[in-house]
Ligand binder design. Sequence first.
Ligand SMILES: [Zn+2]
Length: 336
Amino acid sequence: MTVSELRPSAISPTVDFSINGVQHGFLRLPYSRDDSAWGSVMIPVTVVKNGDGPTALLTGGNHGDEYEGPIALFDLARTLKAEDVAGRVIILPAMNYPAFVSGTRTSPIDKGNMNRSFPGRPDGTVTQKIADYFQRELLPLADIVLDFHSGGKTLDFLPFCAAHILPDKEQEARSFELVDAFCAPYSMKMLEIDAVGMYDSAAEEMGKIFITTELGGGGTATAKSAGIAKQGVANVLRKAGILKGEDRPTAGRTQWLDMPDGNCFSFAEEGGLIEPLVDMGEGVVADQVVARIHPIGKTGAAPTDVCAKMDGILCARHFPGLVKAGDCVAVVAVAV
Ligand SMILES: [Zn+2]
């Protein structure tokens, strides 16, 4: 089936994306259920438009347990004035709203992982319907797309803004330029474990300038990580010429990192109690033991070593104290 043969989206926005001014409203998605026969999922959205100019599409809560993006974007939606803007800013602080409300990575309604649901379906589950609306209605409006992520409850990251290596080198260069402008403490040339169904890929395949972040994790935010998110989004909007005002010089330079191949990732081969031997941001060398997994069913058994597969710095790690076989334990990136 081609896109044009698909039925219209069930989502109706309560805002008009084409008019000037500040509008706060919702994407209303009908969702009939036991406690509300004719009920809806109401996804908060703000549109700030002032004349002609580029459009920035800003999203948080793609995963429901990642908080820096929602903090920065609820704040921006509340404070951004039309006269500060040249062009348009579309803000959705909680893209997968049901997941955000339940504080879980995936939706409690259908277990949908928003970032594995693209291009979505207009006749699919709630999560697929939201993805379809972004795919067919919101992404086409955008010139630049910033999608905030963090580690959620199960991962922790060094704070970085990121873009991907792309086949179109001009698109790639413009994306990395915007990552540099975000000016998080670290900037990443990011490799995905599994890019199928990602919002990132959907935006990139449409030719959009797409950047993302990983700004911490553990299912919470810190004063520092929230501050990085708020400053970063303002830096990006200024660089894109959408937020008026001087391109503010950033205090410190960002440290660029690269994830050159799949050797970045180390996975647990059995479950147990994890003992970190290296902390985030510290240097490692290939074959160095970065963590040990202690068996928890009995005493006297030897732990299993988890090794780095390349030289670099530890940029992400498993967060909870217990791991299962298959969990990502550590991620190493190379300083550029
Ligand atoms: Zn995420």
